[in-house]
Design a protein around this ligand. Sequence first.
Ligand SMILES: Nc1ncnc2c1ncn2[C@@H]1O[C@H](COP(=O)(O)OP(=O)(O)O)[C@@H](O)[C@H]1O
Ligand SMILES: [Mg+2]
Length: 379
Amino acid sequence: MKVIGLMSGTSVDGIDAALTEISGEGYAVSAELIAGKTHPYSEKVRSQILDLCANKPITMAALAELDDAIAHHFIQAIEALNIDLSTVDLIGSHGQTLYHRPPQIGQLGYTQQLGRGDLIAQATSRTTVSNFRVADMAYGGQGAPLVPMIDACLLSQSEQAIAVQNIGGIGNVTYLPPWNKKGTPPATVKGWDTGPGNALIDWAVTKLSAGQSTYDSGGNWASQGQPDQTLIDQWLQQPFFQLEPPKSTGRELFGAQYAEQCWQVAQARGLSEADFLATLTDFTAATIELSYRHFLDQVPTEVLIGGGGGRNQYLMERLQRRLPEAKVGTTDKHKINGEYKEAIAFAILAYWRYHNVPGNLPSVTGADKPCLLGELWQP
Ligand SMILES: Nc1ncnc2c1ncn2[C@@H]1O[C@H](COP(=O)(O)OP(=O)(O)O)[C@@H](O)[C@H]1O
Ligand SMILES: [Mg+2]
């Protein structure tokens, strides 16, 4: 079955579109990437999204317009693949997260992704699945991360445990115990959000370059500075890092306000711009290290990176230095394109929804039970 997966994460850098060929039944699936493309947001829509994430008030009318505009960007991302849509069987669209409230004792979680699936189905004449997170949350789950189920099915090794670490705007890990990929993924698969991925780095680069760049290409700027371990230790005191999984987070916690505070403290300590970037980058590596050492019995010998953070060489170096017992590589090694892994994941989640296969992993999200994920829109 040919399925397009569409994903835009907390980086708000653009929409990743992946045309995939998916086959298999139940959890014994395989996915081949046929074409992938990242379609950037317009500056206007990106800044509207970031403003909203930073709690800037908005009218319902403006919100409706933004919802439409995001859907149109997702439709353009499909067009950018430049393929004959009549050959496509299904579309899975994650949409753009504007708000995410993890569940607490006595209160279910809430999450809001914009980019109308109904509009995508109508514009493409293809059956579309969207709104993947809400059902898991209705069963008490975090609604996130959802990708560990796909990691388990695609990347599990029969002999050894591995970790798959996505570094988008936010970071999230999947811990995969040895599994022969028969039946249902074991309940010992774990996964949670580790904390900031690129979000703070992107914020700082945008500020320090006065908007000339939105990310630290290759980590080059940060590599010219020195990380401040005292500051990192201080930042690691944030209660989120000590919280036992299941847990999820977003720009509500690690957004503009948080980054601004980091900048104030760094300035007070006399850090240069490069030192500040080195510190933020190593902080991301430190949060990942802390997560593994606190919440896994053992650091796996292999850590596979996915997401845009894998292209930040300095971040990769810092992470490897912090996890000397592991080999830090990318998922490409196991023939899963790391850059499009999340988009491929939403193609598979759509495939599961279409075939009535539950897509959540309660051991990861904390939901009461496995359930179907996503709303199905027929054109
Ligand atoms: N060449 C690169 N060098 C350094 N960082 C990069 C590079 N390419 C992408 N990134 C980082 O990856 C981010 C996008 O990663 P992505 O996986 O798309 O995250 P998300 O899922 O949050 O959208 C960018 O915002 C940037 O911080
Ligand atoms: Mg992205």
